[in-house]
Write a protein that binds this ligand. Structure first.
Ligand SMILES: Nc1ncnc2c1ncn2[C@@H]1O[C@H](COP(=O)(O)OP(=O)(O)OP(=O)(O)O)[C@@H](O)[C@H]1O
Ligand SMILES: [Mg+2]
Ligand SMILES: [Mg+2]
Length: 531
């Protein structure tokens, strides 16, 4: 029999806020143990919670990013249990009236090849609620020490419907969710710092069945790759168990990402009874339309919406659009370039994309740029030093510096203009030296005054192809007309596009150096006159 896996995820994400969920004590990571505490965090007698509004803003933001319905009213409940990482003996959470309901996350599955887009799917969500994070136990040889720095940090828990069906889908889900939350400014989602943690619930059922099987839960996985491995491992384990006549027991299992093995932690019988009840110290929170829409107005474009826009409006191939799907900083830079290029942007969007990714991600571009600068500075020993700081690793592209100071949107828009409209040949191999020449020559100019230096630099490096003389260009055009009588006749008979069939041979004869505008003009002049 064939089995289908059913997976539901519970994802905990720390919200980016300056202070904790119910008090002014600062939130933070990597500080001396127990320095980010106060009477509320430590639950000293008489301390009362005061709600952090920014945490609510952030979870509404998260909810809107994943298309949730924001509840008109949410409430706080106490989840009672004793564990030393929580000094209150209960955790504040939203068990019965969560703030975000429903929603969905768009995911992209791996394609058949790197440059081919995989299927997109929408994974339905059950809810997002707010709660507070707990402290941390540090275990030593003979004792354990507790650190309450993390306790009380605003934490959202996002729960999916049991609607994922493979380890790959879960991987794609978490990748998409992380990008949404990072780009939306909700959280940095640094999994190594515990800012994003995932519980996975896995069951199997006969293919085609609709009832859910018994689920096994694995808690607190702190890497997306571990989640994928844990799910793949658990599906194999359950399938083998059922196929050999066994039954899956409802339990929590511990998955070890390093060894790839799991073991039972506790079974359903010792499930907790948390005795949830409404917190008497906190008021319900009402979220009105004005509050919601003020946050909605500041949402960024979602990663896959951006991917679609770049592919549909600007005709970027999938591979190139994807760089901008996942890299917000680069995408904003690229969008600014498109904006500066104005109406012309659509026609050379792909070229700008190449320059941006090339500038930002190619180590070669950076090292060659630096080498050129060094060479120019050696030739002019009196010139002031232009690169302000050597980064620690000279081979590591200083992305910030390069994008802010050199490959700026006006610069990239202008070189795209020079290539597309004036026949300049600016390629990834001469881009670094052009950038260095421009950077040095324009170093005393400010703002818009820098722009003319782009063309000057390109001319200095001889990037504008010139045919030897116009006589030569004219001869190439005459040859092309003679050799392609049919295209010539068609053009003369009024078929405008036929001229393109003549341009190819001319460009070829000039070995790519002829200026496309001059070729066009010369061909038209010759075709208008002689027969
Ligand atoms: N049979 C099932 N197979 C796979 N996943 C399931 C199944 N039933 C529920 N889930 C998933 O398990 C997750 C959590 O389930 P539920 O809301 O019942 O909380 P819980 O695990 O009991 O609570 P908690 O872990 O917060 O104490 C959800 O993502 C849900 O989609
Ligand atoms: Mg849960
Ligand atoms: Mg659970």
């Amino acid at each position: 029999m064939n089995y289908e896996a059913v997976i539901g995820l519970e994802v905990h994400i720390q919200l980016k806020t300056r202070t904790k969920m119910f008090t002014r004590a600062p939130a933070g990571y990597g500080h001396e143990p127990n320095t980010l505490t106060d009477p509320v965090v430590l639950a000293l007698p008489g301390a009362l919670p005061v709600l952090n509004k920014t945490a609510i803003d952030q979870v509404i933001r998260a909810g809107l990013l994943v298309h949730c319905r924001i509840a008109d009213e949410c409430r706080w409940d106490r989840k009672n249990y004793f564990y030393p990482d929580s000094p209150k003996n209960y955790q504040l959470t939203q068990q019965f009236r969560p703030i975000c309901l429903g929603g969905e996350v768009e995911i992209e599955l791996p394609g058949p090849a790197r440059n081919i887009m995989g299927a997109h799917k929408k994974i339905p969500l059950n809810r997002i609620h707010l709660e507070e994070d707990v402290g941390k136990l540090n275990h030593h040889a003979t004792d354990s020490l507790v650190d309450y720095n993390r306790a009380g940090t605003p934490l959202m828990e996002l729960v999916t419907e049991p609607a994922l069906h493979s380890a790959d889908e879960a991987f794609a889900f978490l990748t998409a969710l992380r990008a949404l939350m990072q780009q939306g400014g909700v959280s940095d989602c640094d999994m190594e710092k515990g800012q994003m943690r995932c519980d996975v619930n896995v069951s199997i059922r006969p293919a085609g069945a609709t009832a859910l099987g018994t689920k096994v839960e694995m808690k607190n996985l702190n890497s997306i790759a571990y989640v994928r491995d844990a799910i793949a491992h658990e599906i194999r384990r359950q399938t083998a168990l059922v196929q050999s006549g066994g039954q899956v027991a409802q339990e929590t299992r511990d998955y070890d990402g390093l060894t790839g093995a799991s073991q039972s932690l506790r079974s359903k019988e010792d499930a907790h009874d948390y005795r949830f009840f409404p917190d008497p110290d906190l008021m319900p929170v009402r979220v009105d339309e004005t509050w919601k829409s003020s946050i909605a107005a500041t949402l960024p474009e979602r990663p896959f919406d951006r991917q679609r826009r770049l592919m549909e409006k600007y005709k970027l191939p999938y591979g190139k659009a994807s760089v901008f799907t996942w890299n917000n900083e680069l995408a904003e830079h690229y969008d600014e370039c498109l904006k500066q290029a104005g109406n012309r942007a659509v026609s050379f969007a792909e070229k700008i994309a190449d320059y941006v990714t090339n500038a930002a991600t190619s180590k070669k571009t950076w090292t060659e740029f630096l080498r050129e600068i060094e060479r120019i500075e050696k030739e002019n020993p009196s010139a002031k030093k232009l690169i302000p700081s050597e980064s620690d690793d000279p081979n590591k592209p200083d992305l910030d510096f390069f994008l802010k100071e050199v490959a700026t949107p006006p610069y990239l828009a202008e070189i795209a203009n020079l290539t597309s409209n004036y026949g300049y040949l600016i390629t990834s191999s001469n881009f670094p030296s052009l950038s260095a020449e421009y950077f040095v020559s324009s170093s005393n100019a400010v703002g818009k005054a820098k722009i003319p230096f782009i063309k000057k630099s390109a001319d200095k490096l001889g990037l504008k192809p010139q045919p030897a003389d116009t006589g030569e260009l004219e001869q190439w055009c005459r040859d092309a007309i003679a050799a392609n009588a049919k295209a010539a006749a068609e053009f003369r008979a009024g078929k405008e596009s036929a001229i393109n069939g003549l341009k190819g041979p001319v460009m070829k004869a000039s070995r790519g150096k002829a200026n496309p505008r001059e070729v066009d003009a010369t061909l038209r002049r010759l075709l208008a006159h002689s027969e």
